[in-house]
Structure formats: structure tokens, C-alpha cells
Design a protein around this ligand. Structure first.
Ligand code: FMN
Length: 293
């Protein structure tokens, strides 16, 4: 059973992905990367493609036009030939995207869904990448079987299913029921996996090859070790390890991850308050070393 770090915009950054691989995530997702921006050479977007563990990294792409898929993959193949898989975002509920036919918005238009899936499969096949989609179970109501039929017909053989509908956003508990009976495609389950109990619940609903973990890993990247019943380091060690990997990261980005890493722990609020004014990673290291957490 593979364990994946989910794509998390602005948070599944280079340093955080590296941290998760240290703590035995089997695969880590990049943040979603806009194909058109990479094709144009956009500097900000380029930073999302800082990758060194190619074989463990899955690139998540998003685009507003099927014609960008092939040129994007051509660039990726040249730069990261050993990346195993390209994932296409069809689950983002952000209204600026989902009101158009982008991200989760694609789930509203099955003709477009077929077109995007088929272009993705063709381009991935051309460049030797595995193709996969990340979807939700439906728009307003679960409609999973019809999505799976389209995806399979297009040739895509793997799907990550966030067990919520698009309109649910992130509220209410994940509902795995729509996954029951889905077969003939490789499934990775996603939504609300936070510990061994929720992990066992998620994998019990369907035959799946893995579990994708988002927010729980942001809070505690040792979740991968914990789910493998392996020893894990203290929170302080985890944060210091993260900081040691963050020397080349912008300080605002480091602080964003730290606000998740220090959530729900005794002493976390005072660390967050203290690092507010810190200007460098070294300043933060001193604060964390002195803290009682
Ligand atoms: C702040 C935030 C940013 C996210 N960014 C992305 C993204 O860029 N691409 C994507 O497919 N999903 C994104 N997601 C969704 C997660 O990948 C995941 O599907 C969701 O959080 C449910 O999993 P969890 O319950 O384990 O967190 C994001 C979620 C959060 C909370």
C-alpha cells in the first residue's frame, strides 16, 4: 500500500516534500503547476518544479486548454525524465477555476472531461509517463461511476479520489460510500486520513493501491512512519529537520509550513508568535531550539 503526500498549493513545496520522503512517504506530489506558465517560462511557476527525488515525485498539472498538455509534457520529459507520473487536477473547488472548465470545473462537463483525459493519456504515452487524474466523487452529488467510465475509456489507468463532492469543498466528513464497487482502474483513496483508524476505514471501502494524505501530513509529516508502524522523531526534531531543508526557501513560505507544523501542539502558539518577526531560517532555528514543544 503506497502512501502519498497530496498536492497542496503553496505548501507541498520542495523542502516539505523532501521532509515527507525522509519520513517515508512513498511518493510526493508537487503543488499544482500551470502548464501555460511553464511553457511561457514564468519564474514563479518554475520554482514549483524544484525537484531532486524525481522517481518519488508526481507532478500535478493544471491547464485551461487541452492544447497545452503535450508541450508541457515535452518540457517535463526533457528536464525530469525519471518522474514516474503526471497527474491532472480535476478536483480543485476554487470558484475562480471551478466556475470555468478548469480544475474541479471539468467535472461539470463530461465532454471536456473526456477530451482532457484523452489528451493527457496520449501525451503521457508519447513521453513515457504514467497518467493519472485527481477527482472528486461528484459536483453536487456523487457521480463517480460515470467519471470512471470516461477516464477508463480515455486510457487513463489511475485515479486519486478525494471522497467529497466539489460543492462540499473541505467541509463535512469525507464520504467513501461512492467508492464502493468501483473497479477496473487503479484507485488511490483520499480524504480525512489522520491516523491508523481512519486509514483502515479508507482502505476498507474499495480495492486501492494507496492512500493520499494532505492536511494531516502538513500537521505531522511523520504520519507516514506512524502508518508503517515505525519509530518516529519528536515534533521538535521534525521542525528542526524541516528548517535544515529550508535554507534556500523564501522565509514567508517557511513560515506558512511552520504554522501547520506547530498547530495542535502544546507550545505551538507561542512559537508561531515568536517567529512572526524572524527574518531568516537561522533566526527561526534558534527560537525552535529554545522552545518547549
Ligand atoms: C490549502 C490546501 C491546498 C490544496 N491544494 C491542492 C492542489 O493544488 N491540488 C489538488 O489536487 N488538491 C489540493 N488540495 C486538496 C488536497 O490535495 C486533498 O485532496 C484534500 O486536502 C483532502 O485530503 P486530506 O483530508 O488528507 O487533507 C488542497 C487542500 C488544501 C487544504
Amino acid at each position: 500500500m503506497d502512501l502519498y503526500l497530496a498536492p497542496i498549493n503553496s505548501l507541498s513545496t520542495y523542502a516539505f516534500r523532501k521532509l515527507c520522503t525522509v519520513y517515508e512517504a512513498d511518493y510526493v506530489f508537487t503543488e499544482m503547476v500551470w502548464a501555460e506558465r511553464i511553457i511561457e517560462g514564468n519564474e514563479y511557476e518554475e520554482k514549483k518544479l524544484a525537484i531532486d527525488d524525481e522517481k518519488m515525485t508526481i507532478i500535478q498539472m493544471i491547464t485551461e486548454d487541452t492544447k497545452n498538455i503535450e508541450p508541457f509534457l515535452k518540457i517535463i520529459k526533457k528536464r525530469f525524465p525519471n518522474v514516474p507520473e503526471i497527474n491532472f487536477n480535476m478536483g480543485c473547488p476554487q470558484s475562480s477555476l471551478s466556475q470555468k472548465c478548469i480544475g474541479g470545473g471539468i467535472l461539470k462537463d463530461k465532454i471536456k472531461m473526456r477530451e482532457y483525459s484523452s489528451e493527457l493519456f496520449k501525451a503521457c504515452n508519447k513521453y513515457g509517463f504514467k497518467s493519472s487524474l485527481k477527482i472528486r466523487t461528484g459536483v453536487d452529488f456523487p457521480d463517480l461511476q460515470s467519471y470512471i467510465d470516461i477516464i477508463k475509456e480515455a486510457g487513463v489507468s489511475k485515479v486519486y479520489i478525494h471522497a467529497r463532492t466539489l460543492t462540499q469543498g473541505y467541509v463535512k466528513a469525507a464520504n467513501y460510500d461512492p467508492l464502493k464497487g468501483i473497479e477496473g482502474i487503479e484507485i488511490v483513496v483520499n480524504g480525512d486520513v489522520t491516523d491508523i483508524t481512519s486509514f483502515n476505514k479508507a482502505i476498507s471501502v474499495t480495492t486501492c493501491s494507496g492512500v493520499l494524505i494532505g492536511r494531516a501530513a502538513l500537521n505531522d509529516p511523520t504520519i507516514f512512519l506512524k502508518l508503517k508502524s515505525k519509530p518516529y522523531p519528536s515534533k521538535k526534531e521534525v521542525i528542526l529537520k524541516f528548517l535544515s531543508l529550508s535554507k534556500d526557501t523564501q522565509i514567508a513560505t517557511v513560515k506558512r509550513n511552520l504554522s501547520w507544523l506547530t498547530m495542535h501542539i502544546v507550545g505551538g502558539a507561542s512559537v508561531r508568535a515568536e517567529i512572526n518577526d524572524a527574518k531568516t531560517v537561522e533566526d527561526i532555528e534558534k527560537i525552535v531550539e529554545a522552545a518547549t514543544i
